[in-house]
Design a protein. Structure first.
Length: 361
């Protein structure tokens, strides 16, 4: 068997090895059904158990109150960019967004099809290197929207902004879902593509407070209504059964290692290793994000020249450290260290970066 590498790509990301091995063991015969999960009917008892367990694990790990519905949908977070305003808009009320990067901009672009968008805060003035503070949302808004973590720029909300009581907060948590403990009651809607922190590509987790499900206009297409899927426990149509199964295995692993409280400790330890290395490199490595806005998930940094960065990325790949190239919009390097990235992987990267610096100083 070829030795597994450390995958630092922004997504799809590394999955827990335990989950992959379990899937390997069950690939041809899931739970004595004589079939792979990929072959199970989505109406079968075998799949129903998978579906329910995955849903229960989300509720348990995130400590979601009973009045929040958990949906397993398709189309990625990009589909939720228009489903959020489509389902939450109210007549003569604005749609309020905070702009913290490329994914915020994509969400804003879609929202403009459904109402007047008000950008209440932005960090574009400094190339999205920070999360705005003292954000104030209007009580005349239909909803407020933030992007919880910004993969390209390496910034993350560490304090969730308040909203007026009548204004639900929607958050794209595709790259930081379950990376730390949060108070779910601060949110009306949480959505996340699974492929970074909780599973493979192909399924999108959407969490909606029940009272918001009835906001959607009647003339909205059936499949674009959250309430359609909520009423049928995400089985209105054939869902991405295999992807949900892999989420179940990954979430089960996260539960076994101590849940989100323990995951947060590990994530903070991983991030500290890399940020300490950057801060103590005497400028050899320069971080993009401001210190108080640094992401626990995406560590972004530059070297002195693009040529040196290319050499570092190439040498890292030879050592089994892949996916370190930064996004084309800011260049540099990026290490994505999502929930399933091991401490050993981060330590191996830190060791390599230290040796690379010593070699080139």
């Amino acid at each position: 068997m070829v030795k597994r590498v450390y995958n630092f790509y922004a997504g799809p990301a590394t999955l827990p090895l335990e989950a992959l091995k379990k899937a390997q063991d069950e690939l041809l015969n899931y739970n004595d059904t004589g079939m792979s999960v990929m072959e199970l009917s989505h109406r079968s008892k075998g799949y129903a158990e998978i579906h329910q367990k995955a849903t229960d694990l989300v509720r348990e790990l995130m400590k979601l109150p009973d009045n929040y519905k958990i949906l397993w949908l398709q189309g990625g977070a990009s589909t939720q960019f228009f489903m959020v305003p489509l389902n939450l808009r109210q007549k003569n009320k604005s749609l309020e967004y905070v702009n913290t990067g490329a994914w915020s901009k994509k969400a804003i672009k879609e929202a403009k099809f459904y109402g007047d968008v008000n950008i209440v805060a932005s960090s574009e003035d400094e190339n999205f290197s920070y999360i705005p503070k003292d954000i104030e949302f209007s009580d005349k808004a239909s909803f407020a929207h933030i992007t919880g973590n910004n993969t390209i720029y390496g910034t993350e909300y560490h304090q969730i902004p308040d909203t007026p009581d009548n204004v639900p907060l929607a958050s794209d948590m595709s790259s930081n879902i379950m990376n730390k403990t949060i108070d779910p009651k601060k949110f009306g809607v949480i959505y996340a593509g699974a492929q970074k922190n909780i599973g493979p590509a192909g399924v999108t987790l959407v969490i909606v407070r029940e009272d918001l499900l009835n906001r959607v206009p009647e003339d909205t297409p059936t499949m674009q209504k959250w309430i359609t899927h909520a009423k049928k426990d995400s089985l209105f149509n054939t869902g991405p059964c295999w992807a949900i199964y892999m989420c179940m295995l990954s979430l089960d692993y996260l539960k076994k290692i101590g849940g989100v409280t323990e995951i947060e400790k590990i994530n903070r330890k991983k991030a500290k290793i890399l940020y300490d290395l950057i801060d103590n490199s005497d400028g050899f490595y320069k971080g993009h994000a401001k210190i108080d806005s640094r992401s626990l998930m995406n560590v972004t940094f530059n070297l002195k020249t693009p040529e040196l960065e290319s050499e570092c990325i190439a040498e890292g790949a030879k050592k089994g450290l892949i996916g370190l190239k930064g996004h084309r919009s800011i260049g540099g390097m990026r290490a994505s260290i999502y929930n399933a990235m091991t401490l050993d992987g981060v330590q191996a990267l830190a060791k390599f970066l230290k040796e690379f610096q010593e070699k080139h100083e």
